[in-house]
Design a protein around this ligand. Structure first.
Ligand SMILES: CCCCC/C=C/C(=O)SCCNC(=O)CCNC(=O)[C@H](O)C(C)(C)COP(=O)(O)OP(=O)(O)OC[C@H]1O[C@@H](n2cnc3c(N)ncnc32)[C@H](O)[C@@H]1OP(=O)(O)O
Length: 414
């Protein structure tokens, strides 16, 4: 600080005031850390320049922040991602200069809106805001994981699941109850990881269940909003690869797998788990619903092959094409569910049974499962590949886009 500078404390922050003689005017320059734009305030004899020269982020800070974003352990959510995107574009390209995307191109439209909303914000300010946002994000996500050490993550190593192993039973519990156990990308990966681990651990059987009042609400529809640089085509392609791998894990799972559902199940988790489970136990409160057509989508999880075989082609059509919801009793009558238990005694009865099963010789059970399923394995992988390829096209359709927009706009997520 030179001899013409004074430091003033204004309660919440420190200002540096520099005094300059300027053609008979007294010019005072004030550095105000949280001021994002240059402001000039005129007084009769002085001009105050509020600026943040000292705080301006360098190109290096900006690059560091971009790298930091890639290392964030937690998804900051779509709203923040849009903010980051818009600030990045503004900082690197200046004001939005792209034509407005069409109404059905939701993702690009949301991105365009966010960028356009920044108007003529100067590049430097956008760069600074980007750096500030990343810095606040890193510390808030770090501190939230310190405050709540993700009880589950800490004890199980998973973010979206609770996995326990006891009495010869590995239990994989979907654990996003506030989102009705919708499967986000992380959950897909974690389920695959948990299944692979369970196939090698010393448990005899594996149970798949859900925490909260939904077994699962199927694919997390916000998955559709996270668009990679290659656009919606790349997104659809990645989705098809992910789904194929996910369903493939169920097809290849070597041990007895039991789906235990006390509550409604929606969408595609029921399909792989119903199609390849040794047993499906449901409470009389559970329902089964595959609203593929409602979402402009098509069957997956090999349901186009397994459901007509298990139920009947006509009943499968009602469920897979018309999205008819089945009660547990109806699903049981049609062979999709092994047994239905009263809701009040569900846990007790099911776990008593599972514990008894887990005491059976594990190798015998595995070999028996193998002999039942192996004849179908190749066919199931082929069906899975075909379903994923059809879905890849569906995800690009207006029908699918509209359905997703309807769901997301219902809760103003767009
Ligand atoms: C990459 C592979 C893709 C493979 C293809 C897969 C196909 C499918 O899975 S098809 C099935 C897709 N799922 C759905 O269509 C279900 C959508 N959800 C609902 O209809 C409802 O949420 C409900 C019936 C499951 C529950 O209704 P309600 O009791 O009224 O609870 P809320 O709607 O308030 O939900 C609470 C909370 O959870 C969020 N949420 C629920 N389901 C999903 C979902 N599938 N995707 C994303 N988010 C979901 C919902 O938005 C609420 O969130 P907040 O508003 O933040 O509280």
């Amino acid at each position: 600080m030179d001899k013409h500078s004074i430091l003033v404390c204004m309660g919440w922050e420190q200002l540096e005031i520099r005094l300059q003689k300027c053609e008979g005017w007294e010019q005072i320059e004030i550095s105000l850390p949280n001021c994002s734009s240059l402001q000039v305030i005129s007084f009769p004899v002085v001009q105050l320049h509020l600026n943040r020269t000292a705080m301006r982020a360098s190109q290096k800070d900006f690059e560091n922040a971009m790298n930091q974003v890639k290392l964030l352990k937690k998804d900051p959510g779509n709203e923040v991602k849009l903010k980051l995107y818009s600030l990045y574009k503004q900082a690197t390209e200046g004001p939005c200069n792209m034509p407005k995307p069409g109404v059905f191109d939701l993702i690009n439209k949301a991105k365009w809106d966010a960028w356009n909303a920044l108007g003529s914000l100067p590049k430097e300010t956008a760069r600074q805001n980007y750096v500030d946002l990343v810095s606040s994000l890193s510390s808030s996500l770090e501190s939230s994981s310190q405050v709540e050490p993700g009880t589950d993550r800490k004890s199980t190593g998973y973010e979206t699941l609770m996995v326990t192993s006891e009495d010869g039973i590995t239990k994989i519990m979907l654990n996003r109850p506030t989102k009705k156990n919708a499967l986000n990308v992380e959950m897909y990966h974690e389920i695959m990881h948990a299944l692979k681990a369970a196939s090698k651990d010393d448990s005899a059987i594996t149970v798949l269940t859900g925490n909260g009042d939904y077994y699962s609400s199927g694919n997390d529809l916000t998955n559709f909003t996270d668009i990679p640089p290659g656009g919606v085509e790349e997104k659809a392609k990645n989705g098809a690869v992910l789904l194929r791998e996910f369903v493939g894990c169920f097809i290849d799972f070597p041990k007895p797998l039991i789906a235990s559902g006390q509550c409604p199940a929606l969408g595609h988790l029921p399909s792989p788990s119903l199609g390849y489970s040794i047993a499906v136990y449901a409470s009389d409160r559970a329902t089964f619903h595959t609203p593929f057509s409602h979402l402009g989508q098509s069957p997956e999880g090999c349901s186009s092959y397994t459901f007509p075989k298990i139920m009947s082609p006509a009943k499968a059509t009602e469920m897979l094409v018309f999205g008819k919801k089945l009660t547990a009793g109806e699903a049981c009558a049609q062979g999709l569910v092994t047994e239905v238990f009263p809701d009040s005694t569900f846990q007790k009865e099911v776990w008593t049974r599972l514990k008894a099963f887990a005491k059976l010789p594990p190798n015998a059970m595995r070999i028996s499962k193998e002999i039942i399923r192996n004849r179908e394995k190749e066919k199931l992988h082929a069906v899975n590949a075909e379903e994923c390829s059809v879905l890849q096209g569906r995800w690009l359709s207006d029908e699918c886009m509209n359905a997703v927009v309807n769901f997301l706009s219902r809760k103003s997520k767009l």
